[in-house]
Write a protein that binds this ligand. Sequence first.
Ligand code: B12
Length: 249
Amino acid sequence: MSAHIVRPYGDTTGDGMVQLSFTLPLPHDKRAEGAALQLARRMGLDPALLVHAKAMGPDFTFFVVYGSTTHLVDVDDVHVVEREYPLLSAKDANLSIKRQLRRKLVVVGACIGTDAHTVGIDAILNIKGFAGEKGLEYYREVRVVNLGAQVLVPDLVARARAEKADAVLVSQVVTQKDAHIHNTTQMSAAFREAYPAGQVPILVAGGPRFEEGSEAALGVDRIFGRGTTPGEVASYLVHEMTRRKAKTS
Ligand code: B12
């Protein structure tokens, strides 16, 4: 096997073992267990072992299946989105903002829609920060307006205008029925409608389950995913601010 072709690993290197969990809309019985194994085999697990099955009410069953996948991954075929801007210290980010804007950079943040998961956006914005890095409130040249949870898009747009926001940061953690996609698309469309072309604030969406590289489809400038740190976001904002300034001057 070439070094660039890999398989998952359980007991022995290359044995292909993976664990998978899912729910079927069937009452828990032998037929449901057979259906779970059939699905696992069709997904490329062979042999597939049913290691857990539990009734979830009278009509559904939750399964855990362990098995060897027949699929391989070619690592040379994996495409990664690389960060295209340098990571700045808080001091350098502040200096750059001061030199270019001669005022504070205004950042408005919120969890939009019905989403009440504020821990992620707070990790980026609150002075306390995340993973040993201080949040944007710590940056002397950044003014943060954190609107908290369950903010409606029209309210976010109105507040962004009132605060003269340079950047709008929204968080979406709940992905049920693609809520994160619908809410973000609705948000970006509302900003494009409310602002003249070329004057829309920097639009940033973040959350653990956004697809990398889906900025264009969502109408935002940048997406940040799992494990993002405040320094990465501050560095991006400075980068994008600089790019926009260069374009207009
Ligand atoms: C804490 C929590 C809650 C708390 C939230 C408290 C709060 N004030 O935030 C409470 C108890 C309220 C809650 C409620 C619910 N929750 Co909840 N919750 C969680 C939990 C356990 C942790 C989330 C978290 O805080 N992570 C830590 C932060 C730091 O990580 P993060 O959000 O990913 O943020 C990082 C990055 O994504 C990124 N980021 C995030 N946002 C942004 C924004 C910007 C601009 C940027 C740059 C970066 C960025 O940076 C952050 C730092 O790296 C997760 C499960 C899990 N382990 O993830 C479930 C989870 C998110 N919840 C879930 C669900 C279903 C719910 C409820 C619907 C449950 C219910 N039936 O009532 C409700 C919904 C409430 C609502 N209206 O939104 C599901 C979502 C499933 C899905 N597919 O959508 C999860 C995944 C649990 C699960 N496995 O089922 N929840």
